[in-house]
Design a binder for this molecule. Structure first.
Ligand code: 8X3
Length: 243
């Protein structure tokens, strides 16, 4: 099923998996509105400021995107982050709030705001994580947020059942993007160590998974894709080659 001429909204469009999905949708002939705080980094023709943690910003974004694109065929909810790798008793309320407000409340808000504009045959793809399927040590807020994304996606599927809108989550493991630099608050060395001694999945390879789900026939709903580096069985078990 080709995507030529379809329209898409992508959140978290300025970097990582969001930016990779923008690129692959553009290559398929999709008209994309990308939203992020760093608008200058968005490669989509329609690049708009978006802070999913801010209701007014999200409302302005959706109104402007719909004004540019008309109805929406694809919503890719990619905006998300992790902060820190510490045990629960060292975690801070502030970090927990930022992670949950971005990954969970922001994703729910964007879905709710976009839904009235998603036309029949539309598709919502949520970026999940293997952290939303199995816990690993020292990642409680991120893990809680991604379990919530999976729960919300299941609930969405129940509430939209009978409507011609498909729903997919893509749960990725180690993907080398700015994710770890953000998680370690700019500490590039700590971020690099996350991917050392193994070949992580790339953002483009995750975008391929998104494209696969989007291009199935309209009656086929790919519920979940779980994609990990071959060198990991979970967030906690990773085999690294010694230098
Ligand atoms: C990212 C996966 O395991 O690095 O969503 O937290 S993990």
């Amino acid at each position: 099923m080709g995507l030529e001429g379809k329209t898409a909204i992508v959140t978290g469009a300025s970097s990582g998996i969001g930016a990779a999905v923008v690129r692959s949708l553009l290559a398929e002939g999709v008209r994309v509105a990308g939203g992020a705080r760093r608008v200058d980094r968005i490669e989509a023709a329609v690049a708009l400021p978006l802070d999913v943690t801010d209701q007014a910003s999200s409302e302005r974004f959706v109104a402007a995107a719909v004004a540019e694109l008309g109805a929406i065929d694809i919503l890719f909810n990619s905006a998300g982050l992790a902060l820190g790798r510490v045990p629960v008793d060292e975690s801070t309320e502030e970090d927990e709030r930022v992670v949950l407000e971005t990954n969970v409340v922001g994703l729910m808000r964007m879905t709710r705001l976009c839904l009235p504009h998603i036309r029949d045959g539309g598709h919502i793809v949520n970026m999940g994580s293997i952290a939303g399927r199995q816990a690993y040590p020292n990642g409680s807020a991120y893990i809680a947020s991604k379990f919530a994304v999976r729960g919300y996606t299941y609930a969405l599927r129940e509430d939209l059942l009978g409507r011609p809108i498909r729903i997919t989550t893509v749960d990725a493991g180690l993907v080398e993007t700015e994710f770890s630099v953000v998680r370690f608050r700019g500490d590039e060395e700590a971020a690099r160590a996350v991917y050392e001694g193994l070949e992580p999945v790339t953002a483009d390879e995750v975008a391929d998974c998104v494209l696969f789900a989007l291009t199935r026939p309209p009656h086929v709903n790919v519920d979940e894709i779980v994609v990990k580096a071959l060198a990991q069985s979970s967030g906690a078990r990773i085999v690294r080659e010694q230098p």
